[in-house]
Design a protein around this ligand. Sequence first.
Ligand code: ATP
Length: 504
Amino acid sequence: MTNESGDLMEKIVSLCKRRGFIFQSSEIYGGLNGCWDYGPLGVELKRNVKNAWWDTIVRQRDDMVGLDSSIIMNPRVWEASGHVSSFNDPMADCKTCKSRFRADQVFCATARDGDNVLLTAAVEADQPDDVPALASEKANSKTRRRLEQHADRIAWTIFRADQAPAGEVAVCPKCGGELTEARKFNMMFKTYVGAMEDSSSLAYLRPETAQGIFANFRNVVDTSRVKLPFGIAQIGKSFRNEINPRNFTFRSREFEQMEIEFFCRPDEADRWYEYWRDARYQWYIDLGLTSDKLRLREHEPSELAHYAKACADVEYAFPFGTAELEGCANRTDFDLRSHSEASGKDLSYYDDETKERFIPYVIEPSAGADRATLAFLCEAYSEDEAPDENGVMQKRVVMKFHPRLAPVKAAVFPLVKKEGMPEMAEEIYRALKKAGLAVFYDEKGAVGRRYRRQDEVGTPYCVTVDGQSLTDGTVTIRDRDSLEQVRVPAGEVVRFITERLAGA
Ligand code: ATP
């Protein structure tokens, strides 16, 4: 992470804490690594993200049904899915400082200018592309200048800690000590069901919601009159004992997923794969990830899992590097076939029209609610200037959330706490609440300060009752982004705001 982007991430994390978006879990006891709590504003933001997903994926479509399956399932599910044997990440420890790393996310980089070695450094990164910038940060200022000035002739050699070429040793990103060989670590959390703690009661917290969908495929087909092609969608908590949780909520041990399994005929799978890949990418753009930080990356054939025919990631350039928000894969008939074989239950589909029986192919767009929320937070964060009550320009932090995602849609202020202004403001506040909007009432402090507090949490509209309101019944509505203020009759405020939110 460069200094500048490190500062930006720090500002976002600190705003999240200061304004009640995201807190460290069990903070009063020193926290718990990889676990986070969403505060009053964060829970609204994340709920809006999940509702936007559910609305687009389930409510607005004719070919999708929803599901809410249990977190703890029969452990045979995870044997059949392959998670018991292979849901592993490579883990390596530093022989000197004892820090532990995910070996596929530690990169050792060397920068050469001709025969001259300018820098060797190890860094943690989600993507190899980010390595040169991250490694340069570790150089002294003189070397860094050289790396920048001669960027076009500098050659970088980079290897992953678990793929060190013969003769090379992977080193620790923290202290430079030697790393151990990578060994496999299964990321499923184990627990025991019932009173006995032995192998017969061993169970797992689900590491993904997807398997609950496959396990219910037969139930849904038999009860819901669905016909191919159709999908089953689920939002829910998943748990992974990540070796090294980091980058705020991006890599947590407890997180929420939003997953679709879309079943189709094998000969239509390529077309549906392309459809879902593009539709899911567009969803983020429609909700405000409009910058070039968002990208769609098709996997190379060498990156594909053995059962997958195609896979693409929706990625976002976070301040800490570019990383996956969602993966979309054509998983063929691998999952239904594995569960059918392991359970002995028929998970095929009979097509009345073609009179064929077959195991459907599945397209899986798998997203993380916390990662999406973090991307929306990062994209929204901006600093600009706005005039205070005396018309003097002041720096402000403004969260430019898409209005649909903004945790508070409108704030209502009486300009001063007298002359009947609070009563009129309160009436508008009640009317907005009755219309189903998340609204905030504030009568404390200078109005400019109240505006800035709302800008900082991304409230799209601020309604102010002032002296003129008492004589002509109009109020001002201030737009968060354009800073324009319009006068609207008090009775029109609900319509004005709801119309604009609906059109956003
Ligand atoms: P990564 O390579 O980043 O570990 P993954 O490829 O293992 O992710 P998937 O198994 O495809 O992730 O999970 C689907 C989605 O679930 C991810 O795109 C991400 O949004 C979310 N997700 C996965 N692991 C985590 C985590 N530890 N914390 C937060 N979200 C996660």
